[in-house]
Design a protein around this ligand. Sequence first.
Ligand code: SF4
Length: 354
Amino acid sequence: MRKSTKEVIIGKGPKQIKIGSSNAIAIQSMCNTRTSDVASTVAQIKRLEKAGCNIIRVAVLNFEDAYAIKEIVKEINIPLVADIHFDYKLAIASIEAGVDKLRINPGNIGSIENVKKVVEKCKEYQIPIRIGVNLGSLNKEIEEKYGRSAKALFESAKEHVSILEQLDFKDIVISLKASNLEMCIEAYKLASSFFDYPLHVGITEAGSNYAGTIKSSIGIGILLNEGIGDTIRVSLSDDPVEEIKAAKEILSCLNLYTKPTITSCPTCGRTQFNMLPILNEIETWLNNTYPNNRIHVAIMGCAVNGPGEAKDADIGIAGGIGEALLFKKGQIIRKIKEENIIEELKQEIENMIK
Ligand code: SF4
């Protein structure tokens, strides 16, 4: 059962995304371009949009970055989030430039007067705020009192939230990130049992594409499986498009996202055809051509076990010597010559989808 949270609306018009409540779990990423480099940032966001990104964040380090937002938002089709540390003037400039959401921690932007100015501007433009607590940037008092712990992350989030609530601002999303998996999971559980605000879930600094995807899948997967999380970001030290691919796969495994499913066997001594290039080609083609189709395709290494083991698949092939068997729901349909497997399988899949 998904934990019920408040709905938060990000963006206006056709770009709008709603998170929390019963809305689909949104996929996020962050640009690694310099925000002031509008052409590179827009190009990266376009690639991310195409890959399935729902919300994109950019770092705003100075006024050049904040002013660039005005140009960026004109070119893109998903809501834009400005990530700001410390400087309330950058938050205000970003809002005036047309950003759709802020990531800023109210406890870190100085006097309550400064926080008020940001909150007033957010209310005027209907801009939600994500409070992004991170183990690496806990304030001294909290760290002294609770150590570097899940409780410290949670207490820190409570502190930031109460600053906004005292100003009657409730358009809030919360994240509590640590790279330590257990601590991060525990912090989100504490937050989920206490707050009704939507949670942005992710394991920070998760690592390279390979290691980070595994770590994020475990962390985000455990939380989602317990009904915790309204939007996710997989943090990888790689091209951000890889983050979107990983996020979609995590959600799809938990039946929270519709995309093609590929079943493939690990291959063994019974495999007598060159299966891996076929698998890679079909998987890439399917994900690019029918990214939101539910079709289930199997690529299996042998005719002995392949069709039976992949009975759940809508369609599949099982390789043999110089040929493959085409099967549908485990029933063998016909043989395909090895050199025609890719072309004929694609054709069969298209016929089935249409
Ligand atoms: Fe081996 Fe056939 Fe099973 Fe693939 S389907 S792992 S080739 S027995």
